[in-house]
Design a protein around this ligand. Sequence first.
Ligand SMILES: [Zn+2]
Length: 414
Amino acid sequence: MKQWLQHTLEKLNLVTTMEQPEGFTRLGYTDEEWEAMAAFTRIAEELGLTVTQDAAGNRIARWETSENKHKPAVATGSHVDTVKYGGGYDGVAGVLCGLGAIKLLKQEGFNPLAPIEVICFASEESSRFGISTIGSKAMSGKLDVDTLASVEDENGVTIKEAVESRRLTWANVKSAERRSEDLASFVELHIEQGMRVERAKRDFGAVTAIACPIRLVLHIEGKANHTGTTPMGQRQDALVAAAPIISFISERANELSEKSDLPIVATASTIELKPNVMTVIPGQLDLGIDIRSVDDRLKEQLEEEIRDRCKQVEQRFDVTIDVEKLVHNPSVHLDMNVHDKLVSLGEELGLTSLTLESGAGHDVMNMAAKWSTGMIFIPCREGLSHHPNEHASIDDLYKGTTIITAYLRKETGE
Ligand SMILES: [Zn+2]
């Protein structure tokens, strides 16, 4: 089985060795993602599953019988797209372990009383369009088709054009939405992209919630002027004004995290400086801030404190700061019944778990809006992801496969 996992991992990544110095680049709705989707389809069909593509390009590999086909399906899955120069495990791990679970169940002659599905979602990563989880948004009816149609990638290709380049019709994408009664539950396996499971010396993580971000952009307006002739006391330097705010965000998130039950993380992650010329005082600066916690009140508290700090900075440095809120997504709580089942099924297999929340977004956050949803994390080396050196061991992929197998068996068994 471990050998099958290794070979199938390589097939899904379209390589013959996982050692790829440049990593993997399979952006959403590109030829590369579609080739990995085709590999998924071939492997699923070899396992005897029936694969369909929905109107958003998601692939659904289904195991149904004439007796069970009218029942809600129990589903698992993830995605095969990557960021630029990303790793071969983020996304692929969940698809692989789902397919591996089908293989194990078929080997033992299991007869599911409800259909089982392995879903490969389209375009999960936000790296092409700045919009994440397009496929699972469409499946759960959360895709805002009208506003998204004209969003462009860096080459000026719109989402609509990208989707249609895959012989899909943008006007039909909404029909990818499935009814609540189509699925009984959905479980996603994913690499942790952190080190908490490994540090706690547990086998896997059982996820309770997905921390969704508040994202702000501070537009700091000072005055550009000559660096040589403008006296120190007469400057309106936007970069100098940003400096204490950047420090405050990091220090305050640290303090709040230590004091609270649930962690909060906040990052000043982008900066755009104008004119960005050696001999000119920075006149304008845009600072992007990403704040995440599953505790929404804590996120809002930090946002308020950042706004207060901006007011102080405006006075002190003679600049104006306009705070733009780009995103405010409430955190998504997963189904604790599914969580508890995954934990106890792990125990039955002799596997220990750590209950934790996810700092990153995943397809489950959309699926959870409509269906009972759970998630497990398997460790990845040094917590590294979105990087060519991303790695999960075959042993951990195998353990993950056995948990998914046990879950599917329990939920579709007698
Ligand atoms: Zn992922």
